[in-house]
Design a protein around this ligand. Structure first.
Ligand SMILES: Cc1cc2nc3c(=O)[nH]c(=O)nc-3n(C[C@H](O)[C@H](O)[C@H](O)COP(=O)(O)O)c2cc1C
Length: 417
């Protein structure tokens, strides 16, 4: 294999880390199995603690098999007579994740109770061990002032919440309360460990674009693309975790933006260009991960187009070319600024990416074949090849977008003055 083109095995960013995964009595408890599995695949040693409520929804056997560890359910079960189990567990955890966190568990934690294994372990944690909680419950339970007061109290004591999402809930109510996506939960754990580890972007301003732009046809319709923004949000989250001040300029995204990131929304390519130009003035690093529409509708209608607007059954839209945002940024780049582009290709991946680097004056391109299995739009994973200005490249294996983001940032750090 040439020195320029290396392929790497999937890294395990959580290798050597111990996570206590608390699972409470929510209808979403089954999704903790996926969280447990993913944390294990990332290298973590996971110890699972099921509350009595959780045991009504899920069984020990699943979590024993997925974590390859005994499952904790009872504070009075002491496998080693000479030791106290909940103290041992508390002292060996690097991080606690309660997912899902029921309203009841939040109330018990807020009042400092230790009436089961999970709450006893959490109360016995040494100071400084991060506690992440991903609540899941009916929307009225979530909005109830009692729950909100418990959340506020726990947050003031340092518990970090992974906000529930909104939508149709299992109980058929619509509103906030749905457990965050598994990918978001795992990404928050990774981000938290990264924060504890490396701050190599401290003092840097990182500007990231993400998601799809929308080009209006009329007040209710638009032209767009399949981008979810997950890669851009993962980059923003990873840069933030490494100490950077991050501005995320986002079109339409489905990914959740973690706290600590300045979010600037831009709908059209032109709006995104203006936001990028404004933010780039103070940027050390610019990463263009958004899928910007190449064309906009020349004259969007001020009123909703109707069927009779078609002539002989055909409605013709005239398209005009949008600005090439990253090329514009490449032109404005001054010494000390680093500009990274993305190339989502369907063919001729590497030659196309190399051409883009030169043409747009970029420092690096992250190229991905959006047709490859496991790579591309709306997935939680990606297969990226990092291509440098000198044409050398590193082909990363299939990995989570969060991991890929950190690998790209590892490379970016080497380009900083
Ligand atoms: C079908 C069903 C679904 C439930 N879903 C939730 C839920 O999503 N979130 C929640 O906080 N409580 C939910 N509950 C109520 C909790 O299970 C109950 O408050 C329990 O005492 C929590 O136990 P724990 O504190 O041991 O986890 C649900 C109950 C039932 C019967």
């Amino acid at each position: 294999m040439s020195a320029e083109h290396q392929t790497e095995t999937a890294p395990q960013p959580l290798a050597g880390k111990s996570i206590l995964l608390g699972v409470a009595g929510s209808i979403a408890a089954y999704r903790a199995a996926d969280v447990c599995s993913q944390l294990g695949k990332l290298g973590a040693r996971v110890t699972v603690c099921l509350t009595s409520g959780a045991l009504k929804f899920v069984g020990e056997a699943t979590f024993r098999a997925l974590s390859r560890n005994p499952v904790l359910t009872d504070v009075f079960v002491e496998p080693h007579q000479e030791r106290i189990a909940h103290i041992d567990v508390a002292q060996s955890a690097d991080l606690v994740l309660v997912s899902p966190a029921s309203a009841n568990v939040l109330a018990r934690l807020a009042s400092g109770m230790a009436d089961d294994m999970l709450t006893a372990c959490i109360l016995a944690l040494p100071p400084g061990i991060p506690i992440l909680a991903a609540p899941a419950m009916n929307t009225h339970m979530w909005n109830n002032p009692a729950t909100q007061a418990n959340v506020a109290l726990l947050a003031s004591r340092g518990v970090e919440f992974i906000d529930p999402g909104s939508g149709l809930l299992a109980c058929q109510d619509v509103g906030k309360g749905r457990l965050a996506e598994v990918e978001t939960i795992v990404s928050c754990v990774l981000t938290r460990f990264a924060q504890m580890q490396t701050m190599d972007l401290y003092g840097k301003h990182v500007v990231v674009t993400a998601g799809a732009t929308r080009e209006p046809i009329d007040p209710v319709r638009f032209l767009t693309n399949r981008s979810s923004g997950k890669m851009g949000v993962a980059l923003a989250a990873a840069a933030c975790a490494r100490g950077a001040q991050v501005t995320l300029i986002a079109g339409a995204i489905t990914a959740t933006v973690p706290p600590g990131i300045t979010l600037v929304s831009a709908e059209t390519a032109r709006e995104m260009e203006a936001a990028c130009n404004a933010a780039f003035a103070s940027a050390d690093i610019f990463i263009g991960a958004a899928a910007v529409a190449d064309y906009a509708v020349a004259n969007p209608s001020a009123v909703k187009l109707k069927k009779p607007d078609a002539i002989n059954g055909t409605l013709t839209l005239e398209l005009v070319q949008n600005p090439d945002i990253i090329a514009g940024i490449g032109k404005r780049k001054v010494a000390g600024q680093v500009v990274i582009g993305f190339a989502a290709e369907t063919d001729n991946l590497i030659p196309n990416a190399i051409q883009k680097i030169q043409k747009k004056n970029l420092d690096l391109i992250a190229a991905n074949d959006v047709t490859a299995a496991g790579a591309g739009f709306d997935l939680d994973t990606n297969i990226i090849t990092i291509i440098r200005r000198d044409g050398s490249s590193v082909a990363l294996p299939l990995m989570s977008k969060h991991q890929a983001a950190n690998r790209i940032l590892d490379e970016v750090v080497t380009l900083l003055p």
